[in-house]
Design a protein around this ligand. Structure first.
Ligand code: UDX
Ligand code: ADP
Length: 477
């Protein structure tokens, strides 16, 4: 018995069973693709949230992601399992992905900037508590640099057995809406680990899992800190491109240049490249703002104030863009939107997802509601309950909440949302918005009818021909 225990106490050479803690936007699709591509590996996804697990086991998955249904259906019940039995799954696994949420702190030290690591910490404590054999523990959530050290400290301080742990950083680079193709054919897989024997053994074991479908040259291995910092840096660079082009969109509107033409011209320079240069009402999503704020906090912690300010500007421009767009709507509607109906097309932070975290739509709606507008919301994928959660301020009394609720309605028919509206505002780049019958929408609207395109997806000249007072971000109107 003793011999058995000590032989299991080391770091596993191969990964036969995976446990993923956290069945969210990252954990769910990532594990589904691993199970699909590595059918000999058993993959168990666990979450404390019973409703979420039930949904993963049902025909209506808890998240919308093109291609996800097929991938889950192909492996579920074969080598892919969803359960709330966290402890048993931890015990069984050789490798444990920690894919819990790490939201920006809303209180205390680092409020509004640092990541809240309470979910990560509690997951680490659980692993330490119940493990009976050596484990490879993999950080999948976006975490501040040096979180691996915190996980290690928790694991070693709390473990009740003699088993060993090694921590890897394996950041996720998938984008929502394209998660399945991103996971099936990643630009790269990044694995950071300790330089000691256990660390290197674990890096090899995890690389072998990915190598079932990702060519070896696309699997980059680094030390843990480089891997953690690369995730924040990648997102900061991507967000910086959007803020850069959005800052130019303001100048285009002032001068008569067209931001799409500028983006196209500079994107042809191979040193710049054409991706992530689409002007918008502002970036959203669970990563960009959070990761940049993490980076800012990290810089401040190391007394690098100039560097912190530099990256903070990327977030500031994003706030400016959302406000600027909202102001433009008010200004065009004769400086008042009080009691005017405004239809908002799109509530998700981008197309092909039902995720609303940090969606620009939320800020635009809140701004217009503050000005007394009546908002009619249409989104093809976002649930009504989610919209309520995003718009109704948490912790306010029923009376205040009812007042906010009286300022917006949620529609399942876009034409109904637009009927009798003074303006329609495109906040998300859903493909279906391009093919609406705009003549019908125009006919049913209050005149003059205004159209604001914060995503630059519509043909502005065609909209003007119909009769709209059309205004598109990054173009002089
Ligand atoms: C991002 C990163 O792309 C991904 O690598 C990382 O793992 C997580 O964060 P995601 O937030 O899912 O992914 O979506 P992404 O496609 O990057 O878009 C983020 C936001 O930027 C969206 O609101 C999108 O509409 C906006 N955006 C994107 C623009 O406004 N213009 C662009 O040119 C591109
Ligand atoms: P992400 O976009 O990073 O995937 P989500 O919020 O979609 O974030 O998912 C994180 C999931 O992690 C949630 O479903 C949450 O219930 C789950 N979770 C958080 N802490 C724990 C924990 N200690 N054990 C199990 N699941 C957890």
């Amino acid at each position: 018995m003793l011999a058995q225990q000590s032989s299991n106490a080391g770091i596993p050479d191969t990964v036969k069973t995976i446990c993923c803690i956290g069945a969210g936007y990252v954990g769910g699709p990532t594990m589904a693709v691993i199970a699909y591509k590595a059918p000999h590996v058993k993959v168990i996804v666990v979450d404390l949230n019973q409703a979420r697990i039930d949904a993963w086991n049902s025909d209506k998955l808890p998240i919308y992601e093109p291609g996800l249904d097929e991938v889950v259906k192909a492996s579920r019940g074969r080598n892919l399992f969803f359960t709330t039995d966290v402890d048993a799954s931890i015990k069984e696994a050789d490798a444990i992905f920690v894919s819990v949420n790490t939201p920006t702190k809303t209180f205390g030290m680092g409020k509004g900037c640092a990541a809240d690591l309470k979910y990560l910490e509690s997951a680490a404590r659980r692993i330490a508590e119940v493990s009976e054999s050596g484990k490879i523990v993999i950080e999948k959530s976006t975490v501040p640099v040096k979180s691996a050290e915190a996980i290690r400290a928790i694991l070693t301080a709390n473990t009740k057995s003699k088993c060993r742990f090694t921590i890897l950083s394996n950041p996720e680079f998938l984008a929502e809406g394209t998660a399945i193709p991103d996971l099936m054919a990643p630009d790269r897989v990044l694995i950071g680990g300790d330089e000691d024997e256990d660390g290197q053994k674990a890096v090899k074991a995890l690389s072998a899992v990915y190598n079932n479908w990702v060519p070896a040259e696309r699997i980059i291995t680094t030390n843990t800190w480089s891997s953690e910092l690369s995730k924040l840096t990648a997102n900061a660079f991507l967000a910086q491109r959007i803020s850069s082009i959005n800052s130019i969109s303001a100048l285009c509107e002032a001068t008569g240049a067209d931001v799409d033409e500028v983006a196209n011209a500079i994107g042809k320079d191979t040193r710049i490249g054409s991706k992530f240069l689409k002007a918008s009402v502002g970036f959203g999503g669970s990563c960009f703002q959070k990761d940049i704020l993490n980076l800012v906090y990290l810089c401040k912690t190391y007394n690098l104030h100039e560097v912190a300010e530099y990256w903070q500007q990327v977030v500031d421009i994003n706030e400016y863009q959302k406000k600027r767009f909202s102001l433009q709507i008010v200004r065009s509607l004769f400086n008042t939107v009080t009691n005017k109906k405004i239809a908002i097309m799109g509530f998700a932070f981008k197309k092909d997802t039902g995720d609303t975290r940090e969606s620009a739509s939320i800020d635009v709606i809140k701004y217009l509601m503050d000005e007394g507008a009546n908002i009619a919301i249409y989104d093809p994928k976002v649930e009504e309950s989610q919209i309520d959660m995003d718009l109704l301020p948490p912790g306010v009394d029923a009376k205040a909440s009812a007042k906010v609720k009286s300022l917006y309605t949620i529609h399942t028919d876009p034409y109904e949302a637009a009927k009798d509206a003074h303006a329609i505002v495109v906040c998300t780049e859903w493909d279906e918005f391009k093919t609406f019958d705009y003549q019908k929408i125009y006919n049913d609207m209050y005149k003059p009818a205004f159209l604001f395109d914060g995503r630059k997806i519509l043909d502005i000249e065609a909209m003007k021909t119909i009769g709209f007072q059309a205004s598109v971000i990054g173009t002089k109107c």
